[in-house]
Design a protein around this ligand. Structure first.
Ligand code: DAH
Length: 353
């Protein structure tokens, strides 16, 4: 019996030498381990043996089966590897074929402006604050020195939800929220970008929904100089180092004094062109020193603390910077329009600054 086993092992060795692909490997598997295979065949001799021999022979058979399986398995791994290598060699890539163009999105121009402004102010130690878009009349108007019936409320015809709640018409209520949350803790240095809503009829320059970035600083000894320096830094960051700013007296109920802030026209550099309507200046934002009453409303003693605030329209900045003539372009999700801003993503623009 042992001889038979040895013969089978030898025969197997020879058969395996001839194997060169999966098919011939399988044939060998069937020849030895199949139902009528050589190894299976051997086990039919069991019945002729006595118990002791059966035990002995069982072991031998088992070992034989295992060794055949092992040999087949290692050969299988080898063949698979060879076949894979052959396939890889055959599948060389033609790098000259035209590729499929991937449709890559771009950061929305409004988000781009917001991010640029955030980056600057974060670098100057400001926090980025948030407030709800559904706001109370108290925070949106009352505590900002705009009591019911105040004429300046008309300029911000608002979407009221009920007597007390409205869609915020400005980001200024975040000033109130921040001061109330800090309870005379200073310094306060925040900006707050966000959406605001007004009952405007949509046209090329008006939208019932738009974005503002609010700024607020409160501390001891904050002066107009700080305000001017800060706004200058923002103007330079957004429009380049050559831009100059000027303050024009204006009126906002929550600041005193209040200003409208102009930049020298960055298209004609102040000479006068169609963009600045021949004046050389472009109005970009509102600002001022926080009104003592507003400080008081929020628990800050105006004898001890002063502050400045500003509010800038993001659409306005984006329209000026990218020379966009219709505000509705920001909201219609026309990919042809949005794709233009990919080029601003590549860093070309920042490097040239
Ligand atoms: N909230 C004002 C508006 O929507 C903009 C503004 C002006 C904000 C002056 C300010 C400020 O913080 O000081 O028209």
């Amino acid at each position: 019996m042992n001889e038979k086993v040895e013969t089978i092992k030898k025969e197997l060795e020879n058969s395996l030498k001839k194997v060169n692909d999966m098919k011939s490997l399988n044939d060998v598997r069937v020849e030895y381990l199949g139902k009528k295979g050589k190894v299976t065949e051997l086990s039919t001799h069991m019945k002729d043996l006595d118990n002791n021999q059966k035990k002995e022979f069982g072991k031998i058979l088992n070992n034989l089966r295992k060794s055949v399986e092992n040999s087949l398995e290692s050969l299988k791994v080898k063949i698979e590897e060879e076949e894979l290598n052959k396939r890889l060699e055959a599948e060389s890539i033609d790098v000259t074929l035209p590729g499929n163009k991937l449709h890559v999105g771009s950061i929305h121009p409004l988000n781009k402006i917001i991010k640029e402004v955030e980056d600057l102010f974060i670098s100057m130690g400001y926090d980025v604050a948030e407030g709800p878009e559904i706001e109370t009349d108290l925070y949106n108007f009352e505590l900002l020195n705009l009591p019911a019936g105040h004429p300046a409320r008309d300029a911000q015809d608002s979407f009221y939800i009920n007597d007390e709640l409205l869609l915020r018409s400005q980001t200024s209520p975040v000033q109130i929220r921040t001061m109330l949350a800090n309870k005379e803790k200073t310094p306060i240095r925040i900006i707050c970008p966000g959406k605001v809503y007004r009952k405007d009829n949509d046209d090329a320059t008006h939208s019932h929904e738009f974005h503002q970035i609010e700024g607020l600083v409160v501390d001891k000894d904050i002066s107009m100089n700080h305000l001017k320096g800060t706004l200058e830094a923002m103007a330079h960051h957004l429009f380049g180092e050559d831009v100059q700013i000027r303050f024009r007296p204006s009126y906002f109920p929550f600041t005193e004094p209040s200003f409208e802030v102009d930049l020298t026209c960055f298209k004609c550099e102040g000479k006068g062109c169609s963009m600045c309507k021949g004046t050389g200046w472009i109005e970009v934002l509102g600002a001022g020193m926080v009104h003592p009453q507003v400080l008081k409303n929020c628990g800050y003693d105006p004898e001890k603390y002063t502050g400045f605030a500003f509010g800038v329209g993001v659409e306005r900045i984006a329209m000026l910077k990218y020379e966009i003539s219709d505000i509705r372009d920001f909201y219609t999700n026309n990919t042809k329009f949005l794709e233009q801003f990919n080029k601003f993503e590549s860093g070309e623009e920042n490097e040239s600054k």
